[in-house]
Design a protein around this ligand. Structure first.
Ligand code: DX5
Ligand code: ZN
Length: 229
């Protein structure tokens, strides 16, 4: 996939119908999703449990765009190979999930997939400074990870701006995750984010039987973000 800074909408399937992932993924892609964001939680690093590698492997054939796997697990290194083999196009790990994020990023790159580094709301932008020559994405969390539907934490906007300045000319995506909707998307887009994760704001009001609602939601978030650029 060639790099660009255009706005990409990445619906989080954490807000999909858990009995129907294949059709949900097909529906959001048909309705304009650019990436599919998969939230992996371990009940340890975050207080919730979601998808093991076999689940991600089952999603893979349905994803025609780009499968962006957000690991909220600790430890992370022992599971990188399994999530890569499950078909992740990008694996994002949290800087707070272990003592050796540099080694973790090396391990992700060694699998031949793209690598992202995620920052919790309390972690400063400067924490990624010495990783910028090895990552493909910086994920700025705008909620505390663990659940969909939480309130956007506004200090993330300034953090996105700082990360954008630090990145300079490097081909690194900036992703924002948590509480992204038509009101907050313009703030993070103006600050420099190009990949917008949205769970509840994409899936609200829709279903595989009313997929056009997903399309309306995706278009509204994209339009709000683009209007701020
Ligand atoms: C939070 C997850 C998010 C979440 C976003 O732990 O990483 O991807 O699903 O959900 P919304 O968009 O509803 O805040
Ligand atoms: Zn996420």
């Amino acid at each position: 996939m060639s790099f660009d800074r255009s706005i990409k909408i990445a619906p989080s399937i954490l807000s999909a119908d858990f009995a129907n992932f294949g059709q949900e993924i097909q529906a959001i892609e048909a309705q304009g999703a650019d990436w599919v964001h998969v939230d992996v939680m371990d009940g340890h690093f975050v207080p919730n449990l979601t998808f093991g590698p076999p689940a991600v492997k089952a999603f893979r054939p349905h994803v025609k765009t780009f499968m962006d796997v957000h690991l909220m697990i600790a430890p992370v290194d022992p599971y990188i190979e399994a999530y890569a083999e499950a078909g992740a196009d990008m694996i994002t790990a949290h800087i707070e999930a272990g003592p050796h994020i540099h080694r973790t990023i090396q391990a992700i790159k060694a699998q031949g997939v793209k690598a992202g580094v995620a920052l919790n709301p309390a972690t400063p932008a400067e924490a990624v400074e010495y990783l910028l020559d090895m990552v493909d994405m910086v994920l700025v969390m705008t909620v505390n990870p663990g659940f969909g539907g939480q309130k956007f934490i506004h200090s993330g906007v300034e953090k996105v701006h700082k990360v954008r300045q630090m990145i300079g000319d490097r081909e690194i995506h900036i992703q924002v995750d948590g509480g992204v909707d038509v009101n907050t998307a313009p703030l993070v887009a103006a600050a420099g984010a190009d990949s917008l994760v949205a769970g509840s704001a994409v899936f609200k009001g829709g279903s595989v039987h009313a997929p056009e609602v997903y399309g309306d939601n995706i278009r509204a978030i994209r339009a709000a973000a683009n209007a701020a650029l």
